[in-house]
Structure formats: C-alpha cells, structure tokens
Design a protein around this ligand. Structure first.
Ligand code: HEM
Length: 291
C-alpha cells in the first residue's frame, strides 16, 4: 500500500495489526479487556485508516502504483473490470481483502524465515550445502546482484529446505474444514456440518511417513511424499493462494542472506510461542556479519 516504512501511519498500522493477529487464537468474547475485543477494535481502526487512504486515492490526492491501487481501479464504480458491476467488490470487501492478505501473508512468512534461520544454525551440513547452491548461482551470473526468474526457478535444494522447514516448524498447526456429508474415517463417524480441525503438527511428525521426524533432513523431499502428509500450505481448493509468493520471498531472502552473511545466535530456546502462527518464543535473535 506504499506506506512509508517508518512513518506515523505505518506505526499505527503495525500496532493495530499486532492486536488483530494476537486475537486469532482467543475465545470470541466481545467483552472489553479480552484479546478478541481488542482485535475487533483494532480492525475497526484499520478500516478507518483504509477508508481515508481509499478516499484520498479516489479523489486523486495521491496516486501510487501498488496493490491497493489495482484493487481500487478494478473494483471502482464504472471501472473497466471483468464482467458486470455484480463482480465488483464492495468497499467493505475490498478492505477485508487487504486485511486478509496482510494477516494471512505477513506473520506466516516471518515465522517461516525465523524457523529457517534456526534450523540452518542447528544443521551446519544443510547450511553448507544450501550456501553452495547459492554461491554457484552467484558465480554463474553475468552481472548484477538481482536474482533472475530462471535462477529462482532453479534452486532444487532450496525448495527442499523450504519444505522441510515448513514440515518441522508447521507454521499453521491446525486449520479446519466443514464436513459436506456424513462420512467415516478410521472407524470414527463424522456428521455433515461438523467442523474438522486437522492436527497438522502430528501429521508432519508421523514417523511412518517421516522417519526420525524431529531430525531436520531436506533429503526427505528427494522422492514424492505420501499425498496429504505434507500440509505446509494446506491442500485442495482452499490451499494457500499465497504459496508461490511466499516461496519466492523465502528463496530471495535465502539467496542474499547466504551469499553475504554469516550469523551467530544470541539466545537458544526451543520453546514455541502459543499463538495461531507458530514462532520460536524468543523470536530467535541473531547477530549477522559479512562473510
Ligand atoms: C510461508 C508462508 C505461508 C504459509 C506457511 C502459509 C500457509 C497457509 C495454510 C496452511 C493455509 C490453509 C490452507 C488450507 O486450508 O488448506 C493458508 C491459507 C491462506 N493463505 Fe497462506 N501461507 C503463507 C503465506 C501466505 C501469503 C504470502 C499470502 C498472501 C499474500 C497468503 C494468503 C493466504 C490466504 C488468503 C489463505 C486462505 C485461503 C482460503 O481459505 O481459501 N498466505 N496459508
């Protein structure tokens, strides 16, 4: 949305965003003092901020070439979008989409990057092999420091390291589905309409599918994995729509980190923060220095 990274508006945005994401795993009690209530209030303040940003954009006071602008252009009244006016998002839907993308895409990617650093630190052989892949890409490059699209799509070991990170970390420990009909699974009867929560941490640590499940071993992904056993980005029609963006961001981050820096961990701690998006409790602080 082209917010300045250090401006006052950005700070308010961040503070509200934090309150919203901390309210996810809370009981839905709309009573002052609860995390849920604070989350709802923060969401309303975010809506108000978005209202004023959208108003400014529409009245031509500010123009940016960004994601918000493309939504406004495509879904504004009389805009040349696909199909009729019925296909256009209302302003509330537009704001909800922005919040959804922020909420679904920010903490998840942050968490994946944090776990990645932790697992690499704890597995120096994997780190060395990964760095080799990236130094080779760098050495074969004709000029510039920017990764090209074909380089990003040709990082076989990196792809396995990302999968293994998402398996071991299980950034989203559970997600749910609603049963569309009665069915039976392993002798359990499930009724139509029930909510089914998947315990993804257990699925990702099933020793029959992932031998020595607590070892960080990207070579598990050398061969295809049993279907529905790796759910880092979910599965089926509701699978994460941000998967390719997330993989791209992580690959670029890995490339620049490993080609330029080494790091040491400031504080080792294996506990996990009990939030919806799993994160090392201490946020895994490091000190990085040039290679
Ligand atoms: C490493 C980063 C990410 C991880 C691990 C992750 C993981 C997931 C998982 C497990 C789901 C549930 C899928 C299911 O129910 O089958 C999900 C849904 C979703 N993700 Fe991601 N995600 C990441 C990044 C992103 C990004 C960058 C975006 C958008 C910019 C995004 C947008 C969404 C949305 C909108 C949904 C809901 C989809 C729906 O219910 O139809 N995610 N994600």
């Amino acid at each position: 949305m082209s917010l300045e990274p250090t401006g006052e508006e950005q700070q308010k945005f961040r503070a509200n965003f934090k309150l919203i994401s901390s309210s996810f795993a809370s009981l839905p009690l709309k009573i002052p003092g609860t995390a849920f209530y604070r989350g709802i209030k923060a969401r309303d303040r975010m809506y108000a901020m978005l209202n004023s940003i959208i108003y400014n954009r529409r009245s031509g006071n500010s123009f940016q070439q960004d994601f918000l602008e493309s939504l406004i252009m495509k879904h504004g009244k009389g805009a040349d979008g696909e199909g009729s006016e019925d296909n256009k998002l209302t302003d509330t839907q537009l704001k909800d989409n922005i919040l959804t993308l922020l909420v679904a895409g920010h903490d998840t990617t942050t968490s994946a990057l944090t776990w990645l650093i932790k697992f690499l630190e704890e597995n120096p052989a994997v780190l060395d092999k990964l760095r080799e892949e990236h130094l080779e890409i760098q050495a074969n490059r004709k000029g510039g420091t920017n990764l090209t699209w074909s380089e990003v799509n040709n990082m076989p070991y990196t792809a396995k390291v990302i999968n293994e990170t998402l398996r071991r970390a299980t950034v989203l420990p559970w997600f749910s589905r609603k049963a569309s009909e009665d069915f039976k699974i392993d002798g359990y009867k499930i009724k139509k309409g029930w909510s089914i929560n998947l315990d993804v941490v257990s699925i990702h640590h099933d020793p029959q599918v992932f031998p020595n499940p607590y070892n960080f071993d990207p070579s598990r992904f050398d061969a295809p994995i049993k279907p529905f056993s790796f759910l880092g980005f979910g599965s089926g029609p509701r699978m994460c729509p941000g998967m390719n963006l997330a993989k791209l961001e992580i690959s670029i981050f890995i490339h620049h980190l490993l080609c330029r820096y080494k790091w040491t961990t400031l504080e080792k701690d294996d506990s996990v923060q009990p939030t919806l998006v799993r994160m090392p409790r201490n946020k895994y602080p490091i000190v990085a220095e040039p290679l």
